[in-house]
Design a protein. Sequence first.
Length: 240
Amino acid sequence: MALGSEQTPGGLVVVAVVCDGVSSSPRPDEASHAAAQAALSVLLEAVRAGRNLAEASRAAVVAGRESVAGLGEPEGERSATTFLSVVAARDDVTLCWLGDSRAYWLASDESGSVQITRDDSVAGGMVEAGLATEEAAMALPHAHVLTRWLGAEAADLEGDPARAPHVEQYSPPGTGVLLVCSDGLWNYLPGAAELARLALPRALTDPLGAANDMVRFAVDAGGADNITAVLIPHPAPEPS
């Protein structure tokens, strides 16, 4: 993950990027690290310059892809990673993703908590198409096989709309916390209300401590995959 912030005339803007390397690809740890760092740099510069954040999010994906391509794998071997970026401003959040890392809105009233992103996976596609419930789809042998990802191939972004990144806006409805996480967390607790119960109220005032709580929960539940959790309180606290 990569995390940064900028104080702007409109208030504090927080940028977070979570990338989860695809274990069946070569050097997934290096791919996820390179993509997250490259994307963060692009997004922070866009915030400083007041640029369009949707366009900047797509540019961040391009930068991430180029950084993965720069790892220089042998011919026929391609590193790959999920990608999820969040630019959280006072009034809205710009999200961009490929893969199955997730963003959730965790509300102080947990019944208002929702999953914002949709998984680019076999299971996610079945749920979105109405072919299966999430519980049934996740029980399938190939549930976690990705249908979109960030890799070195130009086809991730060009000439194939089915593999282009999603870019969406979300307007937080009140006080709460934005959770950006890898499937190593949500595999053990996929429901937004349950995640809100785990994170709140601590995450509103101590997001790092609450993120550690979530990681410990996933480790205790089995810890079978990479676990990353970023918590961003909303509205952001005023600078002292």
